[in-house]
Design a protein around this ligand. Structure first.
Ligand code: ADP
Length: 347
């Protein structure tokens, strides 16, 4: 006897193309019907790329046919259009009304400085010509670090009568983070569907107002939160953060291939911890190796939009609520250049 549980268990071996999560845990399976030995599966997708259903179809067929005694396998797709970017005449279709550009900051690995880059990019954008309005949504539910970087660990957002969350404002940036909803000691236990719901609420249930740029600080890797984001809002481009060493680059490659699978353009690569400028001898030391970011950017055909040194002031500034981009150091100038690069790549 074939049963639904066995079918779903088997389909858990099929990953969404480019992601490390499977199609079952993403909630893409809408129904499984079984008649005798024959099975019909309905899958819902939001994509414009025909290779995605094709690849899921082939893999699912192959894996399901290994089930003993299975008969005919039919896989039906319900394909919806992904959200449209908020550009030009399509502005009405913006998935976040009032938000002009949505930029994801991503990395393959944790600890490479993704949140540091997201926070400083948000500030550098807000300080750039014309003083654009900027929001920063910390989508890293499991390790939210944005409240600390903005000195807002104690802040708790209010809600409107319509139950919209009012973001916390700091250094002129509108911020939302899971960190605002947690006590210091509480473990983050949201997984699967609950993580999806939180992410959607942060994006769509927040009173972002009119924003020129909304920066999304993604969790590291290629999991379900990333997919939820690209399926819920129209992301205009992604910035990939990496350190120069091969280990980080391999994962950065996975992150960028994930974005190309869902048709989000890569704006560029930021190489963090590129070198250490020794205060005592003035020499540059390539602690994590040299040229990794450049090699990767030419491999992907996207620009290397910045190189940030590893230095005490960047770490200290991040830990004390005044990110380095607010000052006038060389690193602050580098972030300002990164912001200019992002603006020009997006326009
Ligand atoms: P991720 O978001 O990739 O996990 P974070 O931005 O949280 O990484 O950075 C991890 C740690 O490294 C933090 O303590 C941060 O202050 C520090 N850090 C990040 N970039 C730099 C840098 N360029 N120089 C010094 N410390 C850095």
């Amino acid at each position: 006897m074939i049963d639904e549980a066995e079918i779903l268990k088997t389909l858990e071996k099929v990953n969404y193309p480019g992601f490390s999560r499977n199609i079952v845990s993403f909630g893409l399976i809408k129904s499984v019907s079984i008649e005798g030995a024959d099975v019909t599966i309905k899958i819902e997708l939001a994509t414009k790329d025909p290779s995605i259903p094709q690849s899921i179809h082939n893999e699912a067929q192959e894996i399901l046919s290994t089930i003993k005694g299975i008969g005919r396998i039919k896989i039906d797709f319900d394909i919806k259009n992904p959200p449209e970017p908020a550009t030009g005449v399509d502005a009405n279709k913006a998935s976040l009304p009032g938000v002009k550009k949505i930029i994801a900051v991503a990395s393959g690995k944790g600890g490479v400085g993704k949140s540091t880059v997201a926070a400083n990019l948000a500030l550098a954008l807000s300080l750039s010509e014309g003083k654009p309005s900027v929001g920063l949504c910390d989508c890293d539910l499991y390790g939210p670090s944005i409240p600390l970087m903005f000195g807002q660990e104690e802040a708790r957002p209010m809600a409107t009568d319509q139950n919209e969350i009012i973001p916390i404002e700091s250094h002129g940036i509108k911020i939302m983070s899971m960190g605002f909803l947690l006590d210091d000691n509480s473990p983050v236990i949201v997984r699967g569907p609950l993580a999806t719901r939180y992410t959607q609420q942060f994006l769509k249930g927040c009173l972002w107002g009119e924003l020129d740029y909304l920066i999304l600080d993604l969790p590291p890797g290629t999991g379900d939160i990333q997919l939820t984001i690209v399926q819920s809002v129209a992301v205009d481009g992604a910035v990939i953060v990496t350190t120069p060493q091969e280990m980080a680059l391999i994962d950065a490659r996975k992150a960028s291939s994930m974005f190309s699978k869902v048709n989000v353009p890569i704006i560029g690569i930021v190489e963090n911890m590129s070198y250490f400028l020794c205060p005592s001898d003035g020499e540059k030391y390539a602690i994590f190796g040299e040229g990794g970011g450049e090699k990767e950017s030419s491999r992907l055909g996207v620009p290397l939009i910045g190189q940030i040194p590893i230095e005490m002031q960047t770490r200290e500034a991040g830990d004390t609520g005044n990110p380095v981009a607010l000052g006038d150091s060389e690193t602050a100038k580098e972030f300002s250049d990164i912001a200019k690069n992002v603006i020009s790549e997006l326009s």
